[in-house]
Design a protein around this ligand. Sequence first.
Ligand SMILES: Cc1cc2nc3c(=O)[nH]c(=O)nc-3n(C[C@H](O)[C@H](O)[C@H](O)COP(=O)(O)O)c2cc1C
Length: 167
Amino acid sequence: MKKTGIFYGSSTGVTAEVAEDIAKLLNVPAADIHDVAKSAPSDVEPYDLLVLGSSTWGAGDLQNDWYDFLDGLEALNLRDKQIAIFGCGDESMSDTFCGAVGIIYTSLQKTGARFIGSFDADGYEFDESPAFIDGVYVGLLLDQVNKEELTLSRLKGWTDKIKSEVK
Ligand SMILES: Cc1cc2nc3c(=O)[nH]c(=O)nc-3n(C[C@H](O)[C@H](O)[C@H](O)COP(=O)(O)O)c2cc1C
């Protein structure tokens, strides 16, 4: 597996916990799990694969700590890196579900990174997600509020897909 860094933003700890679960499934050491609130964009430099996670707040908005971090990332050349995105949301907010995943994906297109880890799964009930772009969900969408029982199998499916897609 390529050198992997996990960067997450989390307001009430949900996405932070998921970041740890992903780390276990991808064999990422604790030192390579980063809270974006305490990180600088240049901290992504040592990694080949960036796993980026945000919950969604407001009405389809980024988790608060992501704003500055994403601004900084956008300005970097990430051409030699691969990016996989995950998000936590609440699918009863039925037209903004996991919007932050779509924002991160769209904002980082200009960096030249290669995106992996698009995902589709059964059991969702939302009407729309801003993370549905060009016919695919551009990352893993989780609902720890209403569908916690589906999270582990979704995480396993997604991390297996990452392992098969990473180059
Ligand atoms: C005020 C508020 C607004 C929210 N807005 C959205 C939203 O627009 N879309 C969504 O999918 N989830 C939304 N959520 C749900 C959170 O993303 C969800 O509770 C998430 O698990 C929080 O993760 P965190 O503790 O890592 O920040 C909202 C929650 C609150 C309390």
